[in-house]
Ligand binder design. Structure first.
Ligand code: ATP
Length: 286
């Protein structure tokens, strides 16, 4: 049976094994004020590549200012679903959607949706850090300039504020004119978060943001997610279930394009409703 509180001791000298419940028990988190309303709402939402239905009739409410993790085996549609929220899939020829998905009540795939504005409000950070081959300053100022901000002092303020929010300011404030490609992988990823924050998004989509990072850099990104939680609606795709349980309030489990279970992270990892979720989180398949 899943999640027993039993502790197995194999010999007097061997420390007790942790039960699955202990391993996945979410840590205490700061209380969120003013969040919890549906920010992104999917209704019978499907995404196709040609004839292939990669995401199947998903209905879900993603709550504002909380962190939602998306987990599931490789190829189950996690990234496809995430990318649909700021219409990154539009760039893939032959892809189309059915059903609906709303952001702040507006149909993301509606005829009048301005994709540039949508991507400003719904920022994305990818698996591999992808800074522009420009100075640290110009990386962060890029988005605001694109949206018409040219005043030097305003840009300098935005750069400082964004780097501070991304917990990178103290490490780079004396070399803002240096090429961002000279930063470490972990610093580059926080720079990418800062670049996204610079245009004041409401939602952050993180697609396996730590899979290319070492454990120390991973811990910094996880700490950063906790800092940003409560100010932004955050969705994170991760293969690492311990990471999902550490950083998220809610978890969605996908399997073969279907949303099998969507619940509070504590419930999903300690008392899943669906036997498939149980099998996945206990490692019976991957
Ligand atoms: N551009 C594409 N063209 C055709 N099929 C695609 C395309 N991108 C993804 N797919 C298919 O859609 C399905 C879902 O892929 P997706 O990348 O969303 O899964 P995932 O759960 O994020 O996988 P992983 O964990 O391996 O990144 C897979 O079967 C994949 O092969």
């Amino acid at each position: 049976m899943l999640m027993t509180d039993d502790v197995t001791v194999t010999s007097p000298d061997v420390p007790a094994q942790k039960s699955t419940r202990e391993i996945y028990l979410p840590p205490a988190r700061k209380k969120i004020t003013g969040g919890g309303t549906p920010h992104i709402v999917a209704k019978e939402f499907s995404i196709y590549y040609g004839e292939f239905e990669a995401v199947k009739k998903v209905s879900a409410d993603i709550l504002s200012k909380y962190v939602t993790a998306i987990i599931g085996p490789s190829g189950c549609g996690k990234s496809t679903f995430l990318r649909s929220i700021n219409r990154m899939n539009d760039l893939i020829p032959n892809s189309h959607t059915t059903g609906s998905i709303f952001f702040d009540g507006a149909d993301i795939y509606g005829r009048y949706t301005d994709e540039v504005l949508l991507r400003k409000k719904v920022g994305m950070v990818f698996q591999k850090p992808n800074p522009f081959p420009k100075s640290i300053f110009d990386n962060i100022a890029y988005g605001p300039r694109l949206h018409g901000v040219n005043d030097k002092k305003t840009l300098a303020d935005i750069v400082e504020r964004s780097l501070k929010k991304a917990a990178l300011w103290s490490e780079v404030c004396d070399r803002l004119d240096k090429n961002a490609l000279g930063l470490s992988g972990g610093q580059q990823q926080r720079l990418c978060v800062a670049r996204t924050l610079a245009v004041e998004p409401e939602v952050l989509l993180l697609d396996e943001p730590t899979s290319a990072l070492d454990p120390k850099a991973t811990a910094k990104i996880e700490d950063l997610i906790q800092e940003l939680r409560g100010s932004y609606t955050i969705m994170i795709v991760t293969h690492n279930m311990q990471q999902a349980s550490r950083v998220s309030d809610y978890t969605m489990f996908f399997y073969e394009g279907m949303l099998v279970e969507h619940a509070s992270t504590a419930q999903l990892f300690t008392n899943p409703r669906d036997s498939m979720t149980e099998d996945y989180i206990t490692g019976r398949f991957s």
